[in-house]
Design a protein around this ligand. Structure first.
Ligand SMILES: [Zn+2]
Ligand SMILES: [Zn+2]
Length: 289
């Protein structure tokens, strides 16, 4: 459910916030706010009614606390509204009172700096603020809470197949993926072995295996869909180095398979498409443990 985050922007506060970057809040709100929540910023002012408005939006990123008293939420894609929005819709009803289960309320609970609002209310405020591209934030909201790897890859593939790289750079790249979400999910499904030579990566201090991701179409080319799982193969560091620096590397593909020649090695492997990964998961489920 979307949130309202109260944050003063045009006068001093005791909180160590950086508007649109970091949100600082006390322990009592710790269960109200979670990574992936989409929110609207609100400024309250007890004395001056003309100083109350909604002024921006974003998605809650990583949350941390050093002392268990003060919490800090990283803000993803924090963006000021083109227009500030007053608290009331057409000067009569509060925006925050729109939507299921909220109609009965007389007033929003202003005393809570962090509070839930309905999707209806959220959309009305966004509309009144003349924000045009909210879809990208909806797409990434809650993605970090998906723990099932195939579901995560499937959702990320959907986002990445339509994402124009400039847009992705702006909102998604540094925060959501850093290229690692798809890779980590792939590792969970494919296991720790190199997809070319079959060797497992070396064992790391934490007991997991080291394995690298290679993008067949290089990310620097900024081609559509190059972040999707079917453009990624998992490699041991030797094969990965050889791909980038070796004398002989070539690859071709059909609908479902990749054909790779690397040095003296020739392999054909399943592409990491959702369909292939699904089949792989089903096979693994059949193997008695
Ligand atoms: Zn290898
Ligand atoms: Zn590479």
């Amino acid at each position: 459910m979307p949130l309202i985050l109260s944050q003063r922007i045009n006068f001093d506060s005791n909180y160590q916030d950086i508007p649109f970057k970091v949100y600082h809040y006390p322990k009592k709100y710790r269960n109200k706010i979670k990574s992936g929540d989409i929110f609207i910023y609100h400024q309250g002012d007890k004395k001056n009614p003309t100083n109350r408005f909604y002024y921006g939006y974003g998605v809650v990123g990583q949350i941390s606390s050093m002392d268990g008293e003060n919490y800090f939420a990283e803000i993803i894609g924090g963006t000021p509204f083109p227009y500030k929005v007053p608290l009331k819709y057409e000067t009569s009803q509060y925006y925050e009172n729109f939507g299921d289960g909220y109609n009965e309320r007389k007033k929003p609970d202003w005393q809570n700096a962090i509070r839930f609002i309905s999707h209806d209310a959220f959309n009305l405020i966004i509309e009144a603020a003349h924000v045009s591209d909210i879809q990208s934030l909806y797409d990434i909201s809650n993605i970090e809470s998906i723990s099932e790897p195939l579901m995560l890859i499937s959702k990320l593939n959907k986002i990445y197949s339509n994402y124009n790289f400039e847009m992705r750079n702006k909102i998604v790249s540094e925060h959501l993926d850093r290229g690692t979400s798809v890779t980590n999910a792939l590792k969970k499904i494919l296991g720790p072995n190199c997809q070319i030579c079959g060797e497992p990566g070396f064992e790391k201090k934490d007991g997991t295996r080291y394995i690298e991701a290679h993008h067949l179409i290089q990310l620097s080319q900024k081609k559509l869909a190059s972040l999707c799982s079917d453009n990624i193969i998992l490699l041991c560091s030797n094969c990965h180095k050889e791909i980038h620096h070796g004398k002989h590397f070539s690859h071709s593909a059909d609908e479902t398979k990749l054909y790779i020649e690397l040095g003296t090695k020739r392999v054909s492997i399943q592409k990491n498409t959702i369909d292939n990964l699904k089949k792989l998961e089903q096979c693994q489920a059949l193997v008695p443990s």
